[in-house]
Design a protein around this ligand. Structure first.
Ligand code: ADP
Ligand code: AMP
Length: 215
């Protein structure tokens, strides 16, 4: 049997990446994340799309959304290749949600709820391994040795867009574009809410239970 098709939603910093790794390990599904895919292709030439900027990096550094056409294509290709997935970072607006409806069937939508006041501290303190992508926090989830990944010994760095100014812009973009997506899944009755302000292990216990009972 193929793995479940999971969509994980929440504000920037809600813990989607952290919990997606757990889901991918536990259920043997692919972690499909538009943020990582775009970071690996930041300087891709998209000038033919006649959009505001010519490369994804310009949108990302400003905290804005990369054009739908770019992310829709990334997700379509990744989902076609996956035998079960956890989708993280997409859809971020209603048009992307509509596109997603046409290319896949979701088994469960999990929403991680975290108060806005908590998000800035989570994101400015985030550190990510350059080698394996493992995720840390200087205060809430520190590595054993400062700046060094526990998993693979790689260097831990701060993402370019995890500065306070860009984080605030990303939260505004989320409120304007992505909150309507969450309302839509809620109205359709597909959304399971999890309290994302618990410890990472407690959040994981709730997420795992939700997937086991719904998917
Ligand atoms: P997202 O993918 O939703 O942007 P991340 O999973 O990258 O969020 O988490 C953002 C930051 O918050 C990271 O530094 C992570 O270590 C930390 N974090 C994740 N879950 C929790 C939690 N339950 N409590 C406190 N900090 C957390
Ligand atoms: P993330 O890693 O999910 O925090 O995403 C980082 C940045 O990548 C965002 O601020 C956007 O600029 C871009 N991005 C990621 N996913 C999407 C998406 N679904 N639609 C548009 N832009 C995206």
């Amino acid at each position: 049997m193929s793995g479940p098709n999971v969509l994980i939603l929440g504000a920037p910093g809600a813990g989607k990446g952290t919990q997606s790794s757990n889901i991918a390990d536990e259920f043997g599904v692919e972690h499909v994340t538009t943020g990582d895919a775009l970071r690996a292709n930041k300087d891709m030439d998209i000038s033919h799309m006649d959009a505001e900027y010519d490369i994804p990096r310009a949108y990302m550094d400003a905290g804005e959304l990369v054009p739908d056409e770019v992310v829709n294509e990334i997700v379509k290709t990744a989902l076609a290749e996956a035998d079960g997935y956890v989708l993280d970072g997409y859809p971020r607006n209603l048009s992307q949600a509509k596109y997603l409806d046409g290319i896949t069937d979701l088994d469960i939508v999990v929403y991680l709820g975290v108060d806005k006041n908590e998000l800035v501290g989570r994101l400015t303190g985030r550190r990510v391994c350059d080698e394996c992508g493992a995720n840390y926090h200087v205060e809430f989830n520190p590595p054993e040795e400062e700046g060094v990944c526990d998993e693979c010994g790689g260097d831990l760095t701060q993402r370019d867009d995890d500065t306070e100014e860009t984080v605030r812009e990303r939260i505004t973009v989320y409120e304007e574009n992505t909150e309507p997506v969450i309302e839509r899944y809620e109205e359709e009755g597909d959304l399971v809410r999890v309290d994302g302000e618990q410890t990472p292990d407690e959040v994981w216990a709730d997420v795992r239970d939700a997937i086991e009972s719904e998917a």
